[in-house]
Write a protein of this length. Structure first.
Ligand SMILES: C[C@H](O)CC(=O)SCCNC(=O)CCNC(=O)[C@H](O)C(C)(C)COP(=O)(O)OP(=O)(O)OC[C@H]1O[C@@H](n2cnc3c(N)ncnc32)[C@H](O)[C@@H]1OP(=O)(O)O
Length: 643
């Protein structure tokens, strides 16, 4: 990787083009800011420079501030490692400087990158450039004036939405909103930006300082209403996220006391947030997610992923149809095999419903949906398996059935075909035992709903070849999942880590703690639903089947509760039949079902673990710890065993 640097070239037209160079995403490292300051000051001083164009090297403007610096701050607790650029560089030198500056943005323009562009006096973009302020997803807020300048350019509601969701928009939308002054073909980007900068210098175009604008913000009372609504939404969607509330406070400061005061408060709050536990956690997640794409002896031995164009899914149930949906949405041809026309029809209909759901939620355009519909085909036998590149078996968790399927597919598929199973618990060596192709046997564990959840757990055995692992990782990336390669054990890494979660919840319920209180505390801690509602959603059959696997694999740390059996006996099966710990009615929110309480009482009577026969007294904090600490312990075991 080239060393981070900033270059400047002054043309005969009197425009200085300042370029920052730090591939692959031109992250704004400390030396980039130092270089920018130096070059900007030089351009300001030189008589032959009339205007400035700011751009990024290699077709990507910038992926934002260098996140490695956050990591260093987290290790040292030393916030002085953060560059102090918001006021001095971006406001005083750039925005209030004596020469006009135009940002020429392309590819990526995120975080601090967009903030640099906002500090310029106009922005020209190439088509489909991503523009966004994703800082909240790292536990911080935009720290270089973004909280102040973005609302002033595009209005409060849209600016708040972009910051709260951390989702980028495209330059075409940016142009409509007033964030971008013109979208031009990539090859004309610099030419147009240069001319634009000269036009500003000669007063043919307005010299706009974003921080001084007020025209898009509306009246104070309107702004208060927008902020009130935003706070209400955050309470529902991110109630434990300090950065969301802090960001709204900082925006409000600028609305009430002016942009400059907003920038000052922003810088102060930014430092506080960098040191928060939330930021430490989310920055860890950022690097950890990327580290998953580097697997020793797989991604570093010069192998190239082979193309996977056609995939067969065996079983068109909830998982199979969800996986099929993911694949066809990424232009991979899918055949779904079922055992009878009725099941097959149901599977195909589920794929169609999944795709239609995305269109209805405006996440997919109709023409792309039509293309996806055309990529899936249902079959009842193996005759179309002769040219598939991968099979993903997604039938019920039944060892003999899976073994037979693997014997069959080994016979009918081409020799390069990857033989994958979507099992969530069963040992892959057992599944592939009766084949002689164990180097091609691999786990492809998706999470329900498979077309929505990003995680793809890839399970390797000692015999799985590096090529098969690499191919599945590449498919995972193509279908926009986060593929994580793990070792083979009961429950693999994810469910193995989480089995104590349901166990502890059952343990507490049998100790007399109210199940709805437990769910509420876990939600309040930040999980989307609690353990009992999760059981309702997954169905009790799954919990009982997997529970048996864990009992035999880890007998020394199992709590056996009769509650699920009692629930099933009383005709309950969770969301499936509308009756579980909660009542489920179409179109209504799930609500607690008081008639379940005698069944829980019966379970308590049978387990008889309440001290003195009375419910234990426990604080809310202890509930969270009793449920999640065992999960942390199990995660440590998973790491310790090298899985
Ligand atoms: C003061 C400011 O307000 C504060 C900030 O700006 S905070 C930073 C805000 N920016 C962000 O959150 C963007 C983070 N980056 C991303 O979302 C994505 O990397 C991206 C959309 C830019 C590119 O995605 P993609 O092309 O898939 O590449 P991806 O694999 O993620 O990244 C490529 C490499 O660049 C690194 N990288 C990406 N953005 C980075 C950043 N802002 N800082 C440091 N490294 C970064 C990645 O770690 C990865 O490194 P690796 O190859 O060694 O693993």
């Amino acid at each position: 990787m080239a060393k981070a640097k900033v270059t400047m070239e002054v043309g005969n037209d009197g425009v200085a083009v300042i370029t920052f160079v730090n591939p692959p995403v031109n992250a704004l490292a400390i030396q980039i800011f130092a270089g920018l300051k130096e070059k900007w000051n030089e351009a300001a001083m030189r008589n032959d420079v009339k205007a400035i164009v700011l751009t990024g090297y290699g077709g990507r403007f910038s992926g934002g501030f260098d996140i490695n610096v956050f990591e260093k701050v987290h290790k040292t607790d030393d916030v002085s490692l953060l560059p102090d650029v918001s006021v001095e560089l971006m406001t005083n030198i750039m925005e209030d400087g004596k020469k006009p500056a135009v940002a020429a943005v392309e590819g990526l323009c995120l975080g601090g990158g967009l903030e640099l562009a906002l500090g310029c006096h106009a922005r020209i973009a190439a088509p489909r450039t991503q523009l966004g302020l994703p800082e909240l997803s790292l536990g911080v807020l935009p720290g270089s004036g973004g909280t102040q300048r973005l609302p002033r350019l595009i209005g409060l509601p849209k600016a708040i939405d972009m910051m709260m969701t951390s989702k980028p928009i495209m330059s075409e939308e940016g142009e409509k909103l007033g964030l971008i002054d013109a979208v031009v073909p990539s090859k004309e980007l610099l030419k147009v930006a240069r001319q634009w900068a000269l036009d500003i210098a000669e007063r043919h175009k307005p010299w706009m300082r974003s921080l001084h604008r007020t025209d898009k913000i509306g009246s104070l009372s309107e702004a208060h209403e927008v902020l009130k609504l935003a706070r209400k939404q955050v309470k529902q969607t991110a109630r434990n996220m300090p950065q969301h509330f802090a960001c709204l406070d900082v925006i409000e400061e600028g609305i009430v006391h002016g942009g400059y005061n907003g920038v000052l408060k922003e810088a102060k709050v930014f430092e506080d947030l960098v040191l928060s536990d939330t930021s430490r956690g989310l920055v860890h997640v950022f690097f950890a997610q990327r580290a998953t794409s580097k697997v020793p002896n797989v991604t570093d031995i010069g192998l190239k992923p082979r193309p996977v164009k056609k995939v067969a899914i065996i079983g068109g149930g909830l998982m199979g149809s969800g996986i099929a949906t993911s694949l066809v949405l990424s232009n991979i041809f899918v055949i779904i095999k079922e055992i009878n026309p009725e099941y097959l029809q149901k599977g195909i209909k589920t794929v169609e419903a999944n795709i239609r759901g995305l269109v209805a939620r405006k996440k997919l355009q109709q023409d792309k949906a039509n293309k996806a519909f055309s990529m899936v085909k249902g079959v009842l036998d193996y005759s179309e398996f002769k040219d598939v590149d991968m099979v993903i078996e997604a039938v019920i968790e039944n060892v003999p059935l899976k073994q037979q399927i693997f014997i069959d597919i080994e016979k009918v598929c081409p020799p390069h075909c990857i033989l994958a199973s979507n099992t969530s618990t069963i040992d892959l060596n057992v599944i592939g035992k009766k084949t002689s192709s164990q180097d091609r046997v691999i786990g492809a564990h998706f999470f329900s709903p498979a077309h929505v959840m990003p995680l793809l757990e890839i399970i390797r055995t000692e015999k799985t070849s590096a090529q098969a692992i690499l191919d599945l990782m590449a498919v995972g990336k193509t279908i926009k999942k986060v593929p994580v390669v793990v070792g083979n054990c009961t429950g693999f890494a994810v469910n193995r880590t989480f089995f104590p979660y349901a166990q502890s919840a059952q343990f507490l319920a049998n100790l007399g703690v109210d199940v709805y209180r437990i769910d509420a505390q876990i939600i309040s801690f930040g999980l989307p639903i609690g353990p009992f509602q999760l059981q309702d959603l997954a169905g009790y059959g799954v919990a009982i089947a997997t529970g048996k696997e864990y009992s035999s694999a880890f007998p020394d740390r199992i709590f056996k509760s009769p509650l699920l059996d009692l629930l099933i006996k009383s005709g309950r099966n969770g969301k499936n039949n509308g009756k579980g710990y909660y009542i489920y009615k179409k179109g209504e929110k799930a609500r607690p079902d008081p008639s379940v309480l005698p069944i829980i009482e019966e379970s308590r009577r049978l387990t008889n673990i309440m001290p003195g026969g009375k419910p234990i007294s426990i604080t809310d904090q202890e509930i969270v710890e009793m449920i999640l600490f065992p999960v942390v312990n199990e995660a440590c075991r998973v790491l310790d065993e090298g899985l």
